[in-house]
Ligand binder design. Structure first.
Ligand code: NOJ
Length: 444
């Protein structure tokens, strides 16, 4: 298998996110984000790590973008930190922050790389969180102002846009389970945040469509094939519900289908109490691509003690299934099947894999990191994607997660997903064998 098997227009890139790599969290006029404050709360992040310095991309962007080029990729995906542009979320603009993203974009263009911008990758301005964040009624107006600003400011140079990164990820982890920023809990918060996020996703896309000539607009969904543990009726039901929440909940509104609430009392109540049908049109947008981000499948079993979903994950290690250092099952066939599941909607015209990758324990030996497991992971997942493409699925690109080892949210700096190793003490970058593997793969 070589990259040319995917066709000459296929986009190959790496994906990153502001809070995970930039650092300079309290500098150059940036306002705090929810991750800056959340990470200071004791016990929230492994080893008490904070994103204050991260990979210091803020100062090293030239070197890092040059690495993307050296490795042979054509796309550099990064996100804009909302509070670097608007330190308080809305109102006064931080000119230095605005200039920083111009520099990043210009550097990409100089090297003939396509800049792909994610507008929201989880780092909400803290000032807006104090007003309720994604649960607040005002969030849609704040978000739309921010999107309009970015579209006007960068639209002449940036054509590839992702509105929101993994809506299910941050609304569930941050507003229902409390394990991500801003650390809120409860299904009520989740529903509020989810409705506003689903609206923001389409609103943002419509703003981009109006402002940016020639824009290619997508949004990025997390997804996982959901496999029932047994064929018993309760396990089947638990799996079906998990699928509705994890795979369909944010996708179907953009396709014009509304939230998948049917036959599930808790969700039906949410739909009624929030009159979600009123927003059906507003949540819809004809995206140029649907971004999917897949890492693992989930095996699901019925469990009456779990609120709302009554579902429980049977972990890969307990099933003796191969898994990464995150405990995530390695299963390229399930990647193939989830691509097919998303492509099966007639409204989905085009799929881009906007993230995929793995954390394995890396060991620096004689200045080298021989991460064969990561290479094998990429090989298997790419082969699965090629199979889907050869079946006729319109897949137009693939972005590896990620360029550099970075701040992996609640896991801190320990969970290394990079194809380039980062020494967080010296900020020295070392290309892993997987990075060299990509270089070779992309050259043919
Ligand atoms: C999805 C998120 O978008 C990204 O920020 C995260 O680091 C990766 N998954 C790996 O967990």
């Amino acid at each position: 298998m070589q990259s040319s098997h995917f066709g000459k227009d296929f986009l190959w890139g790496v994906a990153t996110a502001a809070a995970q790599i930039e650092g300079a969290a309290n500098a150059y006029g940036k306002g705090p984000s929810i991750w800056d404050t959340f990470s200071k709360r004791s016990g929230k992040i492994k080893k008490g790590h904070q994103p204050t310095e991260a990979c210091d991309f803020y100062h090293r962007y030239k070197e890092d973008i040059a690495l993307v080029k050296t490795l042979g990729f054509t796309v550099f995906r990064f996100s804009i930190s909302w509070s670097r542009i608007f330190p308080l979320g809305d109102g006064a603009v931080n000119k230095e922050g605005v200039a920083f993203y111009h520099n990043v974009i210009d550097e990409c263009l100089k090297l003939d790389l396509i800049p792909m911008v994610t507008l929201y990758h989880w780092d909400l301005p803290e000032a807006l969180s104090k007003e309720g964040g994604w649960t607040a009624f005002g969030i849609n107006a704040w978000f739309n102002d921010y999107v309009s600003f970015c579209a006007k400011e960068y639209g002449a140079k940036v054509k590839q846009w992702i509105v929101i990164n993994e809506p299910f990820g941050f609304t569930s982890l941050g507003y229902m389970l409390g394990v991500h920023a801003p650390g809120q809990t409860g299904v009520h918060n989740f529903f509020e945040a989810a409705l506003h996020t689903a609206i923001a996703q389409a609103d943002g896309a419509k703003i981009l469509r109006g402002e940016v000539k020639g824009a290619v607009i997508g949004t990025a969904f997390s997804c996982s094939e959901i496999v029932p543990y047994t064929q018993s009726a309760p396990d089947l039901l638990a799996a079906k519900r998990t699928d509705a929440l994890m795979n369909r909940f944010f996708l179907e509104p953009v396709l014009g289908l509304g939230f998948p609430t049917a036959n599930w009392e808790v969700l039906e109540k949410f739909a009624i109490s929030h009159s979600t049908w009123r927003y059906q049109e507003r949540m819809k947008f004809d995206f140029d691509f649907i971004g999917i981000q897949n890492y693992f499948p989930l095996v699901i079993r019925y469990n009456a003690f779990i609120p709302v979903v009554q579902a429980w994950e049977v972990k890969a290690k307990n099933r003796r299934a191969p898994h990464t250092a995150m405990g995530w099952e390695v299963n390229a066939d399930s990647f193939y099947r989830i691509i097919r599941q998303f492509a099966a909607y007639p409204q989905v015209k085009n799929i881009m894999v906007t993230e995929n990758g793995a954390y394995f324990q890396d060991h620096l030996v004689d200045g080298k990191i021989n991460d064969q497991a990561r290479i094998d992971y990429f090989k298997a997942y790419l082969a699965a994607m090629l199979k889907a493409k050869n079946d006729g699925v319109n897949i137009t690109g693939y972005l590896a997660w990620t360029l550099l080892d970075n701040f992996e949210w609640a896991e801190g700096y320990q969970a290394r997903f990079g194809i380039v190793y980062n020494d967080f003490k010296t900020q020295q970058r070392t290309i892993k064998q997987s990075g060299y593997w990509w270089q070779e793969f992309l050259s043919r």
